[in-house]
Design a protein around this ligand. Structure first.
Ligand SMILES: [Zn+2]
Length: 80
């Protein structure tokens, strides 16, 4: 259900965005994933990108997920 991802929005540590000037959400995810930014979580969420920075007191997980929207809800798989 993405509860963990959603909770990071509440603490302003995550943002959802698109970057059509750069490319598709997948291309944006790939670019971010290959960067040296200390991200906690990047999710290719269909038509947008979920980008979470880590909490200041926690080691960033550098986790990369793809959201899949199925009849039973959203599931997340590792990788792009
Ligand atoms: Zn999000």
């Amino acid at each position: 259900m993405g509860g963990a991802a959603n909770s990071t929005h509440l603490s302003a540590l995550a943002a959802d965005f698109t970057c059509p000037g750069f490319g598709s959400p997948l291309e944006v995810c790939k670019k971010l994933a290959g960067s040296k930014m200390p991200y906690d979580q990047i999710i290719q969420e269909g038509t947008w990108v979920h980008f979470a920075i880590g909490a200041p007191n926690k080691t960033p997980r550098r986790q990369i997920l793809t959201a899949r929207f199925g009849p039973k809800g959203t599931t997340y798989t590792i990788g792009l």
